[in-house]
Design a protein around this ligand. Structure first.
Ligand code: HEC
Length: 181
């Protein structure tokens, strides 16, 4: 009899755990739908007015670049600082190079690591994060205030070229590297 009751208790516990797992799964998938990245990003999509990239740019830098390039864009170890992106941007064909660098990555052998392709980021995020970097870390004095920064459509227009990180090195404008730290 004791044995029989113990089995019942085991079955009840298993049924309970199964029910909890199903419920947890349902709640999680509901959350995923609610916080779908594209849904969140649409609030930043440029309207007829100005592209409001500031908040999205700061958040995208934190999540996608800071690990390697540092909070202040100073770089460390095998990762370069980002105080030369303004010069890259202003160089001949540099405006396109800076976008392509992020879509297709860069392998130059100058640093101990490659810059990974970031094409998984949305057009809105990439435009915002590039504007973020171009307006700080010392680049703001190089780029100045009157230059048109990036719009999401600029990024969309450079996708699907199938470039490789090595080809990006061949296309790199001849701009001095940031000083080693
Ligand atoms: C996993 C580490 C990593 C991440 C994440 C990363 N980078 Fe890089 N980045 C690198 C490395 C390494 C290089 C140097 C590559 C080379 O020269 O071969 C580089 C190079 C660069 C350069 C200089 C290119 C040149 O031609 O001198 C810029 C600008 C840049 N990254 C911006 C960014 C931005 C903006 C983000 C976030 C959207 C980002 N990186 C994310 C590692 C990273």
């Amino acid at each position: 009899m004791r044995h029989f009751l113990a089995s019942i208790a085991t079955y009840i516990i298993i049924a309970f755990l199964f029910g909890a797992a199903v419920l947890f799964g349902a709640v999680r998938s509901a959350q995923v739908v609610v916080s779908d990245e594209t849904t969140v990003l649409t609030q930043y999509a440029p309207g007829p007015e100005r592209f409001e990239w500031e908040e999205l740019g700061a958040g995208s830098y934190l999540r996608n670049c800071e690990n390697c390039h540092g909070a202040q864009g100073k770089g460390w170890d095998q990762y370069p600082g980002l105080d030369h992106i303004g010069l890259l941007f202003l160089a001949p064909k540099g405006r396109d190079y800076v976008i392509d660098l992020h879509l297709y990555g860069l392998t130059s052998d100058r640093w101990g690591a490659p810059m990974p392709p970031m094409g998984h980021m949305h057009d809105i995020q990439l435009a915002a994060v590039l504007n973020h970097v171009l307006t700080r870390f010392g680049n703001e004095t190089v780029v100045g205030k009157d230059v048109a920064l990036y719009e999401p459509l600029d990024i969309a227009a450079r996708r699907d070229q199938g470039l490789t990180p090595r080809q990006m090195e061949e296309r790199r404008p001849d701009v001095p590297l940031p000083a080693p730290r």
